[in-house]
Design a binder for this molecule. Structure first.
Ligand SMILES: Nc1ncnc2c1ncn2[C@@H]1O[C@H](COP(=O)(O)OP(=O)(O)OP(=O)(O)O)[C@@H](O)[C@H]1O
Ligand SMILES: [Mg+2]
Length: 620
């Protein structure tokens, strides 16, 4: 049996066709982008090395100038002659710092945004291929955040290496060489200091990382609580629980504060280390140089160089722990984001998948067994054939598996046993794109993009003209209310369509499906939110839409189904009855019982519609 989504990480196979193949490891993920922009990276490496070498050699130029001045004082010639060459060196080094650093800055301006765009695009493209189940357990907001975070962190990881660690390594190296020229012992002292400083910074950063992660987790819990509270602001208002919500949040804020303090205390400790280490280096280098100098072992210029080198180094090495810490944080972000997004896709096109060819539109469920999780099966050995061109209604209590059946036909989920066939082709063996292109589906709770109504309807067929869009809207009886809005077809509908009423949203979804002109039509409670008069008006359009198509209509309101070719009654995933409206009524079973329960309220008889509609309206 197929394993549940949680353990899907272990089977490596699944990258869906058409999705970018991204590495799932943190380092590999970063390296991928380092490789893609290798030329940029190499250029920055060279430029940053130049920049760092130039700036760390400035003390050397100063030493040469001082040596010249000293020589002039000793009477070996005119000052200007003696210091001319060192002055040029000094000027050139300064110029070098400016040119190299600004050149690499320019590359950064070009590369930075491009790199982030690429990471975002690829992660988004990968994400699109995830299954319905995946999107049910990972929330849109947090996925979007992850993508943004990973993109930023990949960029910062690269920058930290290229613009912090690498120049620092060059600076340490050049200083060692320069000091070695003056005194090997001095170079030895510096070398030892560097080794200890880098190691301790690294270790402290690693220790601190644990605290920083706890702190970050507490922060994100607080944000999550706020998001949840804001999304449920209606509940907070309706139950007058604003104070309660604030008090609820306070507990999490307290946790955040205590974790923040712990992290910051630790960082403060790191700073103690850094300041003390800097102090020791300064005192050590200058004290030692003074001793060598007084013993006549070096000139004034050497002394000045040693002093300013250590100053420069301290300046550059300051905050190394902090940078290590940030570096770990970026790597952690990438690790988390990649683990969340770059997992195997649950539902993938098979290697041999072909486009679905719909010639007639027959849908066949063969001994289908399916459950969403391990616990309870929705279907067990389900057999159902929906013939080509047949219009079938599905009824059954809430939770009996009607929407699930439709999900399986669209391969939004896969059965654990049995097959679903469309015109003899197993839906698991055809491409998902072609399958979903062949089916127009109105889901139970249709969502709309926060785009204009025109764009939302045109989503059914992107090349439809404005007139075709309007025609579809007219057929769905959406045109009237659209034209009544201030901006007509250009109106925006709010996040997920919240600015429309439930029934209006359904009519937009209907118009979209009408435009799609697919050979198979699945309507899951497509008209449930409409009043019976509007629904009745739409029936004509629906009848027109259903012509020559295979149709499955799911509805609780039985009058919606009464005129269909066949009605299938579901209960707990099993088919209880099946037959036309009249047959089922005559049979006096489950359906007949349900019909009786609903009659009077919603269900007008054919010959006295008007009266019953009026009754329905006044009752509603
Ligand atoms: N994504 C899901 N994950 C886990 N269980 C689910 C999921 N969707 C549905 N179920 C469960 O599967 C069963 C069948 O649900 P389904 O949505 O198919 O019912 P339905 O007949 O469409 O009900 P309704 O008339 O209320 O729309 C229910 O017990 C439901 O709780
Ligand atoms: Mg349903």
């Amino acid at each position: 049996m197929r394993r549940a989504a949680g353990s899907a990480r272990e089977d490596i196979e699944g990258i869906d066709r058409g999705a970018p193949s991204l590495p799932a490891g943190t380092l590999a993920f970063c390296l991928r982008y380092g490789r893609i922009y290798l030329l940029f990276v190499c250029a920055i490496v060279v430029l940053e090395a130049g920049q760092s070498a130039c700036s760390i050699m400035l003390p050397y130029a100063i030493k040469r100038i001082m040596d010249g001045v000293a020589a002039a004082q000793a009477g070996s010639g005119a000052v200007l002659d003696l210091v001319e060459a060192p002055l040029w060196l000094f000027a050139l080094l300064n110029l070098g710092v400016v040119v190299f650093s600004r050149a690499s800055g320019t590359l950064l301006v070009i590369l930075g945004p491009e790199l982030r765009r690429r990471v975002r695009r690829e992660l988004f493209a990968y994400l699109q291929h995830h299954s319905q189940r995946y999107f049910m357990s990972n929330f849109a907001g947090s996925l979007a955040n992850r993508i943004a975070e990973v993109a930023m962190s990949v960029a910062y990881t690269l920058w930290t290496v290229l613009f912090d660690f690498w120049p620092l390594a060059i600076a340490f190296g050049v200083s060692l060489v320069l000091l070695g020229g003056v005194s090997l012992q001095l170079a030895g002292v510096l070398g030892a200091w560097v080794a200890v400083y880098v190691t301790v910074s690294f270790l402290l950063a690693q220790r601190c990382r644990r605290y920083a992660r706890d702190y970050a987790a507490a922060r994100s819990v607080v944000s999550g609580k706020i998001v949840d509270s804001v999304s449920n602001i209606m509940n907070a208002k309706l139950f007058a629980r604003r104070d309660f919500e604030r008090a609820y949040l306070d507990d999490y804020l307290d946790l955040e504060v205590s974790r923040a303090r712990r992290t910051f205390w630790f960082m403060e400790g790191i700073r103690w280390f850094q300041f003390l280490a800097a102090m020791l280096l300064m005192i050590g280098v200058i004290g030692y140089a003074l001793r060598v100098w007084s013993a006549g072992g070096m000139g004034a210029g050497d002394f000045a160089m040693a002093a300013s080198l250590s100053l420069l180094l301290i300046e550059q090495a300051r905050g190394l722990s902090r940078r290590f810490l940030d570096f770990f944080e970026y790597l952690g972000n990438i690790n988390d984001g990649v683990a969340m997004i770059v997992r195997p896709h649950e539902i993938v096109d098979r290697a041999a998948a072909r486009p679905l060819v719909v010639s007639r539109g027959e849908i066949r469920f063969e001994r289908v067994g399916f459950g969403y999780g391990q616990e309870r099966r929705v279907f067990e050995e389900l057999d159902l054939v929906i013939h080509a061109g047949e219009r079938v209604g599905l009824v059954g209590y809430s939770g009996s598996g009607k929407s699930t059946l439709v999900n399986l036909a669209l391969r939004l989920f896969e059965p654990q046993a049995g097959r679903v066939l469309i015109d003899g082709q197993d839906v698991a063996g055809v491409t998902q794109e072609s399958l979903r292109a062949a089916v127009a589906m109105i889901p139970q709770d249709p969502m709309l993009f926060h785009r204009s109504l025109m764009e939302n309807i045109r989503y059914g067929r992107l090349d439809a003209s404005d007139e075709e869009v309007r025609e579809a809207a007219r057929r769905a009886h959406a045109d009237e209310f659209i034209m009544a809005t201030a901006e007509g077809y250009d109106s925006l509908v709010g996040e997920r369509g919240v600015k429309l009423s439930g029934g209006q949203r359904q009519r937009i979804a209907l118009a979209r499906a009408i435009l799609k002109q697919a050979p198979i039509l699945l309507l899951d409670e497509a008209t449930s939110a409409l009043d019976s008069v509007t629904e009745r008006n739409i029936q004509d359009s629906l009848a027109h839409l259903m012509q020559g198509r295979t149709v499955v209509v799911i509805a609780h309101r039985l009058s919606t189904l009464a005129h269909l070719d066949r009605i299938v009654v579901f209960h707990e995933g099993r088919i209880l009855e099946s037959g036309s409206h009249a047959e089922l009524l005559a049979r006096g079973g489950h359906y007949a019982h349900m019909w009786q329960m609903q009659a009077g309220g919603f269900l007008p008889e054919r010959d006295d519609e008007g009266g019953d509609d009026a009754a329905a309206m006044s009752a509603g």
